[in-house]
Design a protein around this ligand. Sequence first.
Ligand code: GRF
Length: 187
Amino acid sequence: MKKIVLLASGSGSNAENIIKYFREKNSLHNFHIITNKKDAFVLDRAKKMNVSAEVITKKQNDEGVLLDRITELKPDLIVLAGYLLLFPADIVALYPNKIVNIHPALLPKFGGKGMYGSFVHDAVVANKETETGITIHYVSEHYDEGAVIFQAKTPVAETDTALDVAAKVHELEYEHFPKVIEKLLND
Ligand code: GRF
């Protein structure tokens, strides 16, 4: 049984999908959700799934609360699934290769500060890209820069809107993110 801490800032559909994937396999892994937003929908999902969850704000991150909680929780893996804050560098230093993030584009393209959610998909469409995808990578002290673990691609049609691209990317996320996590837990 492994302990996995999932961090999400908003909807949390990836967090839910990951937990469901392991539950469907009757895995005994233990999940805990942390969000930085007290009204994030991921909290409703956590309640519905009966998964423990808590809010740790950006201010609390700066005060070392997240570091203290992670130290208490002793996770085997920390998963950023739509977590929009820069992850504290002191935690990154303590957990080398135990923190992973999913980015909704093919890094190094369309990454970095301010490149999240619809901004990424808007940029992909504006740039007339013919393909996009997902990148699962280790977290470093810079946005979207750690070593790449996995990428998957999807074509972008000329007529695709940013919403169409987002839907294609989410599909890839739901398919691959749980499997990559499973592999990392088994390595
Ligand atoms: C995902 O597209 C993820 O790649 C990104 O933020 C989005 C989060 O979606 N970084 P959700 O909260 O899991 O629904």
